[in-house]
Design a protein around this ligand. Structure first.
Ligand SMILES: [Zn+2]
Length: 496
């Protein structure tokens, strides 16, 4: 939805830009050797550097820089061979130094873009830069506690241009960005742990107006739902104010998830408020072209060859979600199945294990992504709770392929396996689900059906061969679905 209408029938357009802070998956902090371990006992992963004590010297963590470059390259950015560190000053109890080391006028990388899957639209990326995190405050009823373990934890900030025009696009942008960061191992991007924090800025304007409206910024949103609701709220508020002729003041808000309201945090702040200045303790950040080339090599991957159900996975190190999508679509997998594999790693793992057991893509998608997923949805189970291991799923598919099971029989068996956690063969025998291939039994059933339906036989003999479908159906129910329909059809044709 590119615009929303007010009661006065003016159409408004929303303009959104998003900043994301993602925690880089390094073992140590950005400028000291302290471990990144935000679950540790409070204030035990600290040192004079990350506490900002006088007389200490920060040193950059190469691993964090490499991860930043990876993210930048995946987003199509130009990496600056020289970028600089800056101090951003502000007072907060969780910032013992009184400033944060970040990058300001010379960021690590610029000018990228991200294509929204399914929508085809590209969102420009303004910049990717590196910085350190602040500590964490926990507000109790009587006191506020501070934990400095997070001080100095490396972050990449990824800033989009204001190219987003709807809540749906914002959602798609963030989901794809998160997938990319996870796929590259740049960040675990766990939102509930604050490792992927979203800050959308939102403005509305009457459709047709060129100038941008005044922005509302929402801080630190940690779920897609909060992003959606926060943006919707900001849009509705701004449209209401415009309708009332009120002036909109640029404001930074916090999203109150319970009250579903935006709480003003501070009014308009400009970069001047932060008294940025060059970080005197750190030299410029120099990236060598050879380093960039080396990282780029990781993006090229040996192709995955799938032939007759045999999968040979190459030695790829990371695959971008867009490439993965294309590859599966090229192999003929349906779009909705591709999305499962691209967005849910545990399903992809199971799927690939099936392929490694010589199950074809078609069989694996039908029985895992369609049938088993349906069974799990019904049982309200996740894949990790699913009682059918890859080996047993392979057996079930094999029994079906060899004609030992019929399709309806296989479905029934799968549901039973999920419930009881027993092996496919064992349960098939126990439930007497095996397909009847005994020629004698088939003949018997077919003869019986033909005798009961002389008129249909008549039609068939007069050339209306389509009616055989009805007869096959009759035979199948006669045999309680346990016959192979093709065998039944052949037997009927012979007799007719
Ligand atoms: Zn430290």
């Amino acid at each position: 939805m590119p615009s929303s209408k007010s009661e006065h029938d003016t159409s408004y357009e929303v303009v959104i830009g998003i900043e994301v802070h993602t925690q880089l998956a390094t073992r140590s902090k950005m400028f000291c050797r302290c471990a990144v371990d935000t679950d540790a006992e409070p204030n035990t992963r600290v040192c004079p550097i990350c506490l900002g004590l006088p007389g200490v010297l920060p040193q950059t963590n190469d691993a964090a820089i490499t991860l930043g470059i990876k993210a930048a390259l995946a987003l199509g950015c130009e990496v600056n061979l020289e970028s600089r560190w800056a101090r951003k000053h502000y007072f907060s109890p969780d910032l013992p130094k009184g400033y944060q080391i970040t990058q300001y006028d010379y960021p690590l990388a610029e000018h990228g873009e991200l294509e929204l899957p399914g929508l085809g639209k590209k969102i420009r990326i303004r910049r990717v830069h590196l910085e350190e995190d602040a500590g964490k405050l926990t507000h109790g009823s009587k006191e506020t506690l501070v934990d400095f373990n997070r001080c100095g934890v490396p972050l990449a900030e990824i800033v989009s241009e204001p190219d987003i025009r709807s809540v749906e696009e914002a959602d798609a942008y963030l989901k794809e960005l998160r997938l990319i960061l996870k796929a590259l191992g740049v960040s675990d991007a766990e939102m509930e742990r604050g490792h992927f924090r979203c800050e959308p800025n939102i403005s509305v304007r009457p459709v047709g107006q060129k100038e941008l409206g005044v922005r509302s910024e929402i801080k630190n949103l940690n779920s897609f739902k909060a992003v959606r609701e926060g943006i919707e709220r900001a849009m509705a508020d701004q449209i209401a104010w415009l309708e009332q002729g009120r002036e909109i003041v640029q404001t930074t808000y916090l999203w109150d998830e319970k009250a579903r309201e935006l709480r003003p945090m501070r009014v308009k702040e400009t970069s001047a408020d932060y008294r940025y200045f060059p970080e005197p303790d750190l030299p410029p950040l120099i990236v060598k072209e050879t380093e960039i080339e080396e990282i780029k090599k990781g993006f090229t991957r040996a192709s995955v060859t799938v032939s007759q159900g045999t999968t040979v996975t190459g030695s790829h190190r990371f695959i971008l979600p867009a490439e993965k999508r294309k590859e599966w679509l090229d192999k003929g997998l349906k779009k909705q199945y591709v999305e499962i594999l691209v967005t849910e790693p545990e399903w992809e793992r199971y799927f690939m294990q099936l392929l490694n057991k010589e199950v074809s893509i078609k069989e694996a998608s039908t029985w895992l992504l369609n049938e088993a997923r349906g069974v799990m949805a019904e049982r309200k189970e996740t894949l990790s709770q699913f009682k059918v291991p890859v080996k047993e799923m392979t057996t079930l598919i094999g029994l079906l392929r060899d004609g030992k099971l019929t399709r309806p029989g296989a479905k029934e068996l799968l549901a039973a396996m999920a419930g009881q956690g027993k092996g496919a063969r064992e349960l098939m025998e126990e439930m007497d689900l095996g397909a009847v291939s005994d020629e004698g039994l088939l003949q018997e059933a077919a003869k019986k059906v033909l005798a009961q339906n002389p008129d249909v036989c008549q039609k068939y003999r007069k050339g209306k061969t389509g009616v055989i479908g009805f007869l096959v159906g009759q035979c199948m129910s006669q045999m309680r679905g346990k016959a192979d329909p093709n065998a039944v059809r052949r037997t009927l044709e012979k007799l007719l």
